[in-house]
Write a protein that binds this ligand. Structure first.
Ligand code: OAD
Length: 229
């Protein structure tokens, strides 16, 4: 049985990391076009770095929660295909022990050189004057996929989704494509689908089963159920 799990900010909320679209969440405090687009970086790189420096500080203080650990345990005990596709730029799945993780929106802990493509571990604070550790260009950016840029691993993600027997969506509002279309794609290709969220996502119509509640409570229960089948 092939399992694909799609996660979003909701799975990391109880680790203390902010979500994007809940009440008082990040996109209520910042405008996407000011901090999360290539245009924003061209206009005001200092503000963009400040936004991601704050996110990186938050991540350094965060630890994986029971939902991340439950998914890592499921992967360890599952006999065949297993993939976590995450929209999150934190590394909490990996730190919980998940092995097969595709971070489709990039990785906050890394810096990326816009000039040569080099990727390295970001310092705590990044500034527009920073130089690439390989080519020395003054074009260092967070290793994040911004709005208007292509998400990563899309071919691999589509293929895994199309061959999934079970697809679970956890802690995402379903507002950002292409991630938002994956559960429906999985269902059209024959997978059983489940959603675990505080509130139903915009794509809950594509879920065979919707479990409402906190990820730290509901994910471990759902994983225990699967492992006992
Ligand atoms: P959102 O903030 O849009 O959605 C968070 C989802 O998590 C909502 O459905 C909440 O109901 C749910 N949620 C909140 N707390 C929860 C909890 N404790 N347990 C379970 N569910 C909970 O975040 P995403 O859908 O991940 O992209 O956002 C998708 C993308 O939009 C992000 O990757 C980011 C953002 O702009 C980029 O920055 C490129």
């Amino acid at each position: 049985m092939n399992i694909v799990i799609l996660t979003g900010a909701g799975i990391s909320a109880e680790s203390g990391l902010g979500t994007f679209r809940d009440k008082d969440a990040l996109w209520a405090q910042y405008r996407i076009e000011d901090v999360a687009t290539p245009g924003a970086y061209a206009r005001n790189p200092a503000l963009v770095h400040e936004f991601y420096n704050l996110r990186r500080q938050g991540l350094r203080a965060a630890v994986p929660n029971a939902a991340h650990f439950a998914l890592a345990e499921l992967e360890r005990r599952h006999q065949s295909g297993f993939l976590v596709v995450t929209q999150n730029v934190d590394d909490l799945h990996q730190r919980a022990g998940s092995q097969n993780v595709l971070a489709m929106h990039g990785e906050l802990q890394n810096a990326l050189c816009a000039n040569c493509g080099h990727v390295w571990l970001a310092p705590d604070l990044m500034f527009p004057e920073d130089r690439c550790t390989r080519c020395e260009a003054m074009s260092c950016r967070p290793d994040i996929v911004w709005f208007g840029e292509n998400v990563r691993f899309l071919d691999q993600i589509n293929e895994a989704t199309q061959t999934a027997d079970l697809f679970a969506l956890i802690g995402t509002s379903g507002n950002v494509h292409p991630a938002a279309g994956l559960m429906n794609l999985a269902r059209e290709c024959g997978a059983a689908t489940v959603e675990i969220n505080l509130e139903p996502s915009t794509v809950a119509f594509a879920a065979d089963r919707v479990i409402l509640g906190r990820a730290t409570e509901q994910v471990p229960v759902w994983v225990a159920e699967l492992l006992s089948e």
